[in-house]
Structure formats: structure tokens, C-alpha cells
Design a protein around this ligand. Structure first.
Ligand code: CAA
Ligand code: NAI
Length: 283
């Protein structure tokens, strides 16, 4: 099963990054979004990242244009009809993901793999929304995609070895490191990371320290590149809340209850860096 043509669904911070690394590795990429302006924003970020590579002498202007030339705009899921793999990176919401996967099942070629970049949701449940659960798999990239090496690869209950192998090979072609994990809420990355972030938000909520102090403790004391509140803003507070809700519901354990302050910020529309304000303010 050789993958050549890719569709990425969602041109947000993750989908844009995934499209960029796929195009850099030589794949033809259709970048799909429901909103024209989100596609334009996604493409602008990709162009900026590639221009930085040119400035730093890592790529020529011609190479940059060739990469951009491999990315095409899509505002219609029907465009998935001739691709070999679809990597879905829309919002972290089970109902939306199931609806996308059901539609894709009716559009994509019989041989096509349907992958999700979900941070925490069940691949098995997403797969059950299709008539090809054996071809559904989790491909969880880390943010920022062009920089981070890891891709968690998650098999659903029915995923075949052949599909796993094809996705593993593709991940290596993207110069990333695949790590296989099982399908449980939050997989490994967010099972461990997100409770730490949630605890940092509780620490702020309870007045133990200021946001700057909490971040400084983890940066200077644990050598984390970003403090947990800065990282939460970077990931997106809506995504952090959805992940905590998935852990809470999936394990039925109160240790995963989302901090009320996190919910309050999301309700206020303070989603972090992407909305201009979260724990910090961004210009
Ligand atoms: C929620 C989930 O489901 C899973 C997740 O993804 S959880 C989040 C996982 N990610 C992390 O934990 C990231 C933690 N932060 C970091 O590793 C670093 O702060 C960082 C890599 C983001 C930035 O690194 P830094 O040293 O502080 O800043 P900076 O010097 O500006 O950047 C380092 C390099 O990364 C690049 N970079 C930084 N942000 C970038 C972005 N958003 N997109 C593309 N490239 C980026 C820079 O261009 C720079 O590259 P060069 O040195 O080659 O020019
Ligand atoms: N933010 C992060 O650090 C990480 C997020 N993820 C996961 O990646 C996915 C996307 O997250 P982000 O890129 O951060 O979100 P985002 O909010 O930046 O982008 C989501 C994009 O999807 C588009 N979209 C929404 N519904 C759509 C649909 N039905 N069809 C096509 N496009 C649609 C939106 O217009 C938006 O452009 C989520 O499942 C998230 O959990 C995974 C790893 C890290």
C-alpha cells in the first residue's frame, strides 16, 4: 500500500503543520477546511514557516515554491475521492469527527486509509462511524508539527497490520518518529501531559502562585521549554478542556475533573494564543 496523495482536513494549527510536512516530504496534499478564511490563514502560516527556512539557508526559494505547489485548496470533502490517505485534524469533538468520517467513507476510494489526529478521542469509536473500521487509525502529531519529532500511532480495535505499516512508513518519510500506543482515552501523550496542565491551572485557581511564577517553576526547575500555562495557551484552552473531559468521562475518575477556571476561560472565548488571549495576552 503506497501512499502518494494526501488530504488533510482542518487548516488550523495542526492541519496546517501536517500539510506542510507532508508537502515537504514530496506528497501531494489537498488542504481542506470548512472556512475559506481558515484555509487562507493556514496557508499563510505555512508560507511564513517555509520563508524562514529559506532565510536560514535550509531551503532554496525554488524548493519553497515547489512545496507550496504541492498544496492545493479544498473546501469540499468530495475532493477526497482520489487520495490514498486522509488525515483529519478538525476540532476535538466526537460528533464532528464521526460526521466527517461517515462522509469520507462514502467518498474515498475503497483502499484509502482514514486517519485522525485526535488528541484523546477513541479511534475505535470514530472507526465505528464507517464501514471500513480496519482502515481507520490514529496519527497523533505534536504541536508545532514542523518541529516536534513524535507521532503517536493508535490502532483501533479493527485496524489491520497492513494499514499500521503503511502509516508507520509514511511517518518515517515525514522524518518523524512513530510510537505505537493503544486506544485508551488520551493515549499516552495527553494522559500524562494534560493532568499536569490541569493541575497547574488549579494551582493558579487556588492562588498558590501567579501564572508567571507557576510557569517559571516548571521552566527553571524542571527544564520544560514552556511553562504549563504558556503551553496550555499554545495548545488551545478549548482543546485542553475537551481532552480533560474525554479523560474524565473515559475513566470515570474524579482525578481528571477539568479545573473550573479552565472552563471559565473557554466559556469567555479566551482560547489562548489562537484567539489572542488565554492565561496571557498575545498581540
Ligand atoms: C495537545 C496534544 O494533543 C499534543 C501536543 O502537541 S502537546 C504540545 C507538545 N509541544 C510542546 O510541548 C512544545 C513545547 N515547546 C517547545 O518545545 C519550544 O518552546 C518550541 C519548539 C515551541 C519553541 O522553541 P524555542 O526555542 O522556545 O523558540 P524558538 O527559538 O523561537 O524556536 C525554535 C525553533 O522552532 C521553530 N518554531 C517555533 N515555533 C514554531 C511553530 N509554531 N511552527 C514552526 N516552527 C516553529 C523556530 O522556527 C525555530 O527554528 P530554528 O531554530 O530552526 O529557526
Ligand atoms: N493544538 C494542539 O496542540 C494539538 C491538537 N491536536 C488535535 O488536532 C485537532 C485540531 O486541533 P487544532 O489544529 O489545534 O485546532 P484549530 O482550532 O487550530 O483548527 C481546527 C480547524 O478545523 C476546521 N474545521 C472545523 N470543523 C471542520 C470540518 N467539519 N471540516 C473541515 N475543517 C473543519 C476549523 O475551521 C479550523 O480551521 C483536534 O482534534 C486537536 O485535539 C492534536 C495534537 C496537538
Amino acid at each position: 500500500m503506497e501512499i502518494k496523495k494526501v488530504m488533510v482536513i482542518g487548516a488550523g494549527q495542526m492541519g496546517g503543520g501536517i500539510a506542510q510536512v507532508c508537502a515537504q516530504a514530496g506528497f501531494d496534499v489537498k488542504l481542506n477546511d470548512i472556512k475559506e478564511e481558515s484555509y487562507a490563514k493556514g496557508l499563510a502560516v505555512i508560507t511564513k514557516n517555509l520563508s524562514r527556512n529559506v532565510e536560514k539557508g535550509r531551503m532554496t526559494e525554488d524548493e519553497k515554491n515547489a512545496v507550496l505547489g504541492r498544496i492545493t485548496k479544498s473546501l469540499d470533502l468530495q475532493d477526497a475521492s482520489d487520495v490514498d490517505i486522509i488525515i483529519e485534524a478538525a476540532v476535538e469533538n466526537m460528533a464532528i469527527k464521526k460526521s466527517i468520517f461517515t462522509q469520507l467513507d462514502g467518498i474515498a476510494q475503497e483502499t484509502a486509509i482514514l486517519a485522525s489526529n485526535t488528541s484523546s478521542l477513541s479511534i475505535t469509536e470514530i472507526a465505528a462511524a464507517t464501514n471500513r473500521p480496519e482502515k481507520v487509525i490514529g496519527m497523533h502529531f505534536m504541536n508545532p508539527v514542523p518541529v516536534m519529532k513524535l507521532v503517536e500511532i493508535i490502532r483501533g480495535l479493527a485496524t489491520t497490520d497492513e494499514v499500521y505499516k503503511a502509516v508507520e512508513d509514511m511517518t518515517k518519510k515525514l522524518a518523524k518518529v512513530p510510537v505505537e500506543v493503544n486506544d485508551f482515552p488520551g493515549f499516552v501523550a495527553n494522559r500524562i501531559l494534560m493532568p499536569m496542565i490541569n493541575e497547574a491551572i488549579y494551582t493558579l485557581y487556588e492562588g498558590v502562585a501567579t501564572k508567571e511564577s507557576i510557569d517559571d517553576v516548571m521552566k527553571l526547575g524542571m527544564n520544560h521549554p514552556m511553562g504549563p500555562l504558556q503551553l496550555a495557551d499554545f495548545i488551545g484552552l478549548d482543546t485542553c478542556l475537551y481532552i480533560m473531559e474525554t479523560l474524565h468521562e473515559g475513566f470515570g475518575d474524579s482525578k481528571y475533573r477539568p479545573c473550573p477556571l479552565l472552563r471559565k476561560y473557554v466559556n469567555a472565548g479566551w482560547l489562548g494564543k489562537k484567539s489572542g488571549r488565554g492565561f496571557y495576552v498575545y498581540s
